[in-house]
Design a binder for this molecule. Structure first.
Ligand code: ADP
Ligand code: ADP
Length: 225
């Protein structure tokens, strides 16, 4: 686990759009930060830069004290969960969750143990031999989370992970997310449109507007006024 520090991080796309503008943000080791703001304010771009899926135009990103601007996504030890689950349709749940460990050439016994531990944490043990087509939306999202946590990443990024679920499932999955973060103690950045998620899940809420940080505070303080 590690802290994540953004120091005047800016993203300028090739067409001149400045999606993220000199963002300063210090996320403590083990902290759960919620990122909110109107559509187009730069939330996804910010997460993508932390994950290494988008280049940083200027400024510095440090994870665990190390500058990582030029590191490949795989070398950043960060896991990301997307709104669209992005599971491999031809693989079983077990194979989906195991995949990042296989890529990392970890031995089979360790893979089996870690997949079973992750599945247990996410209540997926009974579903390990199914394929994604035979799972509900909530189950698929839990598999995506399992695939993310199985590597014990330094930080865990989630981009609107519950947006595709119906209201009832969202309530259930909020509990899963809260429990996951508590048990793993992983540094987490979580993007959402949902005010209830923003108020109940995180330690701190960051409000982005026009690519800049507009407000930072405890959930209660931000939503009380
Ligand atoms: P959010 O996630 O908050 O909805 P995004 O990070 O997706 O916002 O987008 C921030 C801004 O950057 C928007 O104005 C969007 O249109 C723009 N943008 C996103 N991706 C690109 C891109 N590849 N090229 C140019 N502009 C982009
Ligand atoms: P969200 O609001 O959920 O982030 P968007 O509709 O803003 O979704 O973006 C969806 C995808 O389109 C993203 O991959 C983003 O990078 C890309 N995108 C958004 N705006 C632009 C743009 N102006 N030019 C090119 N790509 C864009």
């Amino acid at each position: 686990m590690a802290d994540v520090v953004l120091d005047k991080v800016t993203k300028r796309f090739d067409d001149g759009t400045i999606a993220v503008k000199e963002v300063d943000l210090q996320i403590a080791d083990g902290e759960f930060v919620i990122l909110v703001g109107p559509s187009g304010c730069g939330k996804s771009t910010l997460l993508n830069m932390i994950a290494g899926l988008e280049d940083i135009s200027s400024g510095e990103l440090r994870i665990g004290g190390q500058r990582v601007n030029d590191r490949e996504p795989r070398e950043r030890d960060i896991a990301m969960v997307f709104q669209s689950y992005a599971l491999y349709p031809n693989m079983t749940v077990r194979e989906n969750i195991a995949f990042p460990l296989k890529l990392a050439k970890i031995d089979k016994a360790t893979i089996d143990k870690r997949v079973n531990d992750s599945a247990k944490l996410l209540e997926l043990t009974e579903l390990l031999d199914r394929r994604p087509a035979n799972l509900s939306g909530g189950q698929r999202q839990r598999v995506a989370m399992g695939r993310a946590i199985v590597r014990s990443p330094q930080a865990f990024l989630m981009d609107e992970p519950l947006s595709n679920l119906d209201a009832k499932l969202r309530v259930q999955m909020r509990t899963v997310v809260a429990r996951l973060q508590k048990q793993l103690g992983t540094t987490m950045v979580y993007v959402t449109h949902d005010q209830t998620e923003a108020m109940t899940l995180g330690d701190r809420v960051v409000v982005l507007r026009g690519g800049a940080v507009q407000q930072v505070g405890k959930p209660q303080a931000l939503y009380d006024n």
